[in-house]
Ligand binder design. Sequence first.
Ligand code: DGY
Length: 429
Amino acid sequence: MQIQETLVQEARRILQANDRGGFTIPTAGLYPFQWLWDAGFTALGWMQFDEARAWAEFDLLFQGQWENGMLPHIVFHRPEPTYFPGPERWGVKRTPPTSAITQPPVVATFVRWMLEQAQNQALAQEKVRQLYPKILAYHRWFKRERDPQNTGLVTVLHPWETGADNSPAWDEALARVQVDPALPPYTRRDTTHVDPSQRPHQAEYDRFLTLLEVYKRADFDQLRLLQEGPFRVASLLIDCVLHRANHDLLWLSQRFGFGHEGEIAGWLEASRQGIEGLWDEAAGLYFNRDLLTGEPIRVGVSASFLPLYAGTASPERAGRLHETLQGWARQVRYLVPSTDPQSPRFEPQRYWRGPVWAVVNYLIALGFAEYGYPQVAERIRQDTLKLCEVTGFSEYFHPQTGQGLGGGAFSWTAAIYLAWSRLGGGEAS
Ligand code: DGY
């Protein structure tokens, strides 16, 4: 317990050191702005010791919301030279400047959890009333501009939107993107902060940047990009996070009497069917889908377990996922590797191609706990705490050696430690 108390203090210090006056940077140098899904996890971390500060995280995040409802994946609150691509490259004329793509929409779920945990209920309820219409506008944007045909699956336009930038799931879809011969020259900054063997390859970066230029030339016109975008996938991370977020938005609507239950229930029915359509019976897993070819992307990734977190899986499918994870567990020391360790594409140190991520572990463990698998949920929680205790609050971890990888003193890893270490055994959230 002594270790845990010291580490709790250390985790709090990390959030305080990364605080830039109401928003929390993921880590100094590598990620010096506010990122969307980081903000959700980080707010939950703040919630464990400073509720007013936790809610402020969302106030600042929504300063970046566009008039059409879109919530961008980065808000550039103030200039910082240590990151590329910054606001100049995105070219979005807003104050504060932002990127022009989104990220896993975790906010509604974290708002619900924070409301449920809040000691200061008056503040929490006031914040929910302020945030609810903004989140609703964001989720309406997803439906209107990313699933206008009501397929139940959102079209994702950039690997950065999925949060799992260089996942092997995107290899073919990304390789198809022709690098723009007129791509304006650029200098990567990420590899000056982190060992390049832990970051995406240059060929991927050229395509990430090409997509950015394509979208800029299209003036970020979403409906046009749905027809013409050179990269279009359905991402389990986005669809499962959005499904649960809509479920939690509906819960908030009911509880506060906002009156949008019918509209949200319609979205939920479509996305339940969409997600369940990604199941692969032979593999015992869910797969992402390439929307340009219509084909499943047959590589197991950590997001393949997230239909448990979404709550869309049947008990039978949950049982198969449990068996699949047992197979993965025989290959690695720490759960959950971001790629199936039996896949030839597994790279245990390279960003989203193998390492363990505390935030994804949090969502997967919650899913297993809710489906009646408390032992595996507790194993994932213990592995995550152990990784932090042994190697510190790294951005991600080597699933075999436990080595800390990527950025250090990382906000969302510290936040998960705070949220999880306050629990005793047997609980996952
Ligand atoms: C990066 O720059 O690595 C981010 O993941 C993009 O948001």
